[in-house]
Design a protein around this ligand. Structure first.
Ligand SMILES: [Zn+2]
Ligand SMILES: [Zn+2]
Length: 264
C-alpha cells in the first residue's frame, strides 16, 4: 500500500448554532478529497466561510444534510439562488443528499422562492437512508441518529483511506459508536456542558465516552450553544477519552491521512 496517498481535508465552516454568535457561524463542514468537494451541512451564512477558504460556489459538487433544522441547511437556499447566476451556466451537476423529506423541503422552498429552481445546470436530489452510498465516487456510510426522525450521521471514506465521521445533532445513541469506529476525525455534537444539558443534544462528556468506545483518533467537539461559555469543555471530554480532543472553531482545518490502513 502506497504511503503517498492523498489526504482528506476537512474544514469547519461553522461551529455554532441557531443562536447567533459573532465568532461562530451555524453548522457546516467542507470536505475536499482529490477533485471532489462536498459539504456536510450548510447552515445560514456558511457560504461566506467557503469564500474565506478561497472557494467559489461553483466548487461545491455535493451537499450532505444531517437533518433539516434550519441551522444546518438554510444556506442550501442561498446556494441554489447563487448558482442561478449566469456565471455558473453549464456547471457540473449539484448533488444534494439527505433523508426522505429532502425532496419535499426543496419543493417547498422552491414554491416560496421560485428563483431557487436550477437554471443551466442539473440539480440531483438523493433521498437516502442508513447504509453505504456513493457520493462523488467516495463511500459514505449513513447512520440513523436520534435527534429528529430525519437525522443521519455520515462516515466519509476518503479516497486515500482516511475516515471522517459527523454526528450531526444527536442525543447519546447506539449508532454513534459504529459511526465513529476507528475514524481519523470524529466531529461530534457537544452543544451543552454537563452542568447545563439541553434537550436533543450531547455534552462533551458524552462525546468523550463515544470517542473512547469507538477508538477514534481525533475528537472534535462542536455546535456550542451560549450555555457552553465559561465551561471547560475540553476537560469534560478528556475525563472520558484519553485521545486527541479539540474544540472546533470556524475555519479550523485538518489534513487527514489514514492512521489505520485497511479499515472498512
Ligand atoms: Zn438539530
Ligand atoms: Zn443544530
Amino acid at each position: 500500500m502506497s504511503l503517498a496517498r492523498d489526504a482528506l481535508r476537512v474544514t469547519v465552516l461553522g461551529s455554532g448554532t441557531a443562536v447567533p454568535s459573532a465568532e461562530r457561524f451555524p453548522a457546516g463542514h467542507l470536505l475536499q478529497d482529490g477533485d471532489s468537494t462536498l459539504c456536510v451541512d450548510l447552515g445560514p451564512g456558511v457560504l461566506r466561510r467557503l469564500a474565506a477558504c478561497g472557494l467559489d460556489l461553483d466548487a461545491v459538487d455535493a451537499v450532505l444534510l444531517t437533518h433539516f433544522h434550519t441551522d444546518h441547511c438554510a444556506d442550501v437556499a442561498a446556494l441554489l439562488f447563487g448558482l442561478r447566476s449566469p456565471r455558473y451556466a453549464g456547471r457540473e451537476p449539484l448533488h444534494l443528499f439527505g433523508a426522505p423529506g429532502l425532496r419535499t423541503l426543496i419543493a417547498n422552498l422552491t414554491q416560496a422562492w421560485p428563483w431557487l429552481a436550477p437554471r443551466d445546470y442539473e440539480l440531483h436530489l438523493h433521498e437516502i437512508g442508513p447504509g453505504s452510498h456513493d457520493v462523488l465516487g467516495l463511500r459514505v456510510d449513513a447512520f440513523a441518529i436520534e435527534h429528529t426522525k430525519e437525522s443521519l450521521g455520515y462516515r466519509v471514506h476518503g479516497g486515500g483511506g482516511a475516515i471522517a465521521a459527523f454526528s450531526g445533532d444527536a442525543v447519546l445513541c447506539d449508532n454513534l459508536v459504529p459511526l465513529a469506529r476507528d475514524s481519523d476525525l470524529f466531529v461530534c455534537d457537544s452543544a451543552f456542558p454537563s452542568a447545563a444539558p439541553g434537550p436533543g443534544h450531547m455534552t462533551p462528556s458524552e462525546a468523550g465516552r463515544v470517542a473512547a468506545r469507538a477508538g477514534c483518533r481525533i475528537l472534535l467537539l462542536t455546535h456550542f450553544y451560549p450555555e457552553c461559555d465559561g465551561h471547560d469543555l475540553l476537560a469534560e471530554a478528556r475525563r472520558e477519552f484519553d485521545g486527541d480532543v479539540r474544540m472546533a472553531q470556524d475555519l479550523l482545518s485538518f489534513r487527514l491521512h489514514p492512521a489505520k490502513p485497511g479499515r472498512s
